[in-house]
Ligand binder design. Structure first.
Ligand code: FES
Length: 106
């Protein structure tokens, strides 16, 4: 079973399951995290899917491409070591066990 832990804006942690092949933004939205607005629908042009992921190297995440880096680095509450745009993270079994913190949208 593929699961991640999500820390919501209220600080509550919840374990949610995901399907391989979905991206992280879709997984969070499907789990009811509507604060992930994802206004551009996953086209990497809005940064309203900003999340923080600790210890990214342990979960074989794709590298941050230039367009993602430009957008996410302008987000409020940006953290170089943990900030990602969730729409740019395709889920595989390698992400099971990962902890994702929801970030308040700008
Ligand atoms: S949904 Fe717009 S950048 Fe991710």
């Amino acid at each position: 079973m593929n699961q991640i832990t999500v820390i919501g804006l209220d600080g509550q942690q919840k374990q949610i399951e995901f399907d391989v092949g979905d991206n992280l933004m879709e997984v969070l939205r499907d789990a009811g995290y509507d604060e992930i607005m994802a206004l551009c629908g996953g086209c990497c042009s809005c940064a309203t899917c900003h999340v923080k992921i600790e210890d990214q190297a342990s979960f074989l995440l794709p590298p941050v491409e230039e367009d993602e880096e430009v957008l996410v680095s302008m987000a409020d509450d940006y953290d170089e070591s943990s900030s990602r745009l969730s729409c740019q993270i395709p889920m595989t079994g390698d992400q099971s066990g990962m902890t994702v913190q929801i970030v308040e949208a700008d």
